[in-house]
Ligand binder design. Structure first.
Ligand SMILES: Nc1nc2c(c(=O)[nH]1)N[C@H]1C(S)=C(S)[C@@H](COP(=O)(O)O)O[C@H]1N2
Ligand SMILES: [Mo]
Length: 205
């Protein structure tokens, strides 16, 4: 592994499988709804207009694809109890966005918005962690449509439902708000989702 690869801290644990998870070698595909089409002429990535961030920015596909890339080595843990170790991601670090827009200190949470209305919420500190990125590639190849092509978020330290596929934008928030899987009607998944603490469901808070 080259020196420019960020190794996610959880991969350095002596025991890399969180409690009550099992290792999978294949890569399962998991999402609600259909796989969206991708049209590079109309695709955009938006920082949602809000008094919490300046300036308001929208990237075209051409612009987003040209942003500097980072590489992250990380494990992935789905709340349905599979863990896929040794993933090699390439993409745009979430921190890269800070070169284009400045969130105010009142921004404490981020909502990640995806195709077809999917969303997921994160504390801003988790979102801007060093190993958090908008991935375009996995193990050296473009993401497949099923796994989020062209761009997905990867948040190694949290359960994989926070690693939103087919991302189209982010919203800064002062207060936390549930995303898709976090809503009661979709299962009431945990607002944070730390696999090491087994933060699976909100009603276990
Ligand atoms: N847009 C979108 N992203 C999503 C989901 C979804 O339903 N919609 N499901 C999440 C869940 S529950 C998991 S476990 C991971 C699975 O990623 P994979 O299909 O690439 O393994 O995607 C996450 N990202
Ligand atoms: Mo999941």
């Amino acid at each position: 592994m080259g020196e420019d690869v960020i190794v996610s801290p959880d991969t350095k644990r002596a025991e890399r499988i969180p409690p009550r998870q099992a290792r999978t070698v294949k890569w399962p595909i998991l999402h609600a709804g259909e796989v969206p089409p991708f049209d590079p002429r109309t695709w955009t990535f938006s920082i949602f207009p809000s008094p919490l961030v300046e300036p308001v920015t929208t990237f075209t596909w051409e612009e987003f694809a040209k942003l500097p890339r980072t590489r992250v080595f990380a494990d992935m843990h789905c709340v349905t109890r599979w863990s896929k170790l040794d993933n090699f991601w390439e993409g745009v670090a979430t921190k890269e966005l800070l070169k284009h827009a400045t969130p105010s200190p009142e921004a404490k949470f981020v909502m990640v918005h995806c195709e077809y209305g999917f969303s997921t919420n994160l504390p801003i500190t988790d979102f801007f962690d060093d190993d958090c990125l908008f991935a375009l590639k996995h193990d050296g190849r473009d993401l497949t449509p099923d796994h989020g092509y062209p761009v997905r978020l990867v948040v190694p330290k949290l359960y994989a439902w926070k690693s939103a596929k087919w991302v189209r934008g982010i919203e800064f928030m002062t207060e936390d708000r549930p995303g898709f899987w976090e809503r009661w009607e979709n299962g009431g998944y945990h607002m944070r989702g730390d696999p090491w603490e087994e933060e699976r469901f909100r009603n276990h808070e």
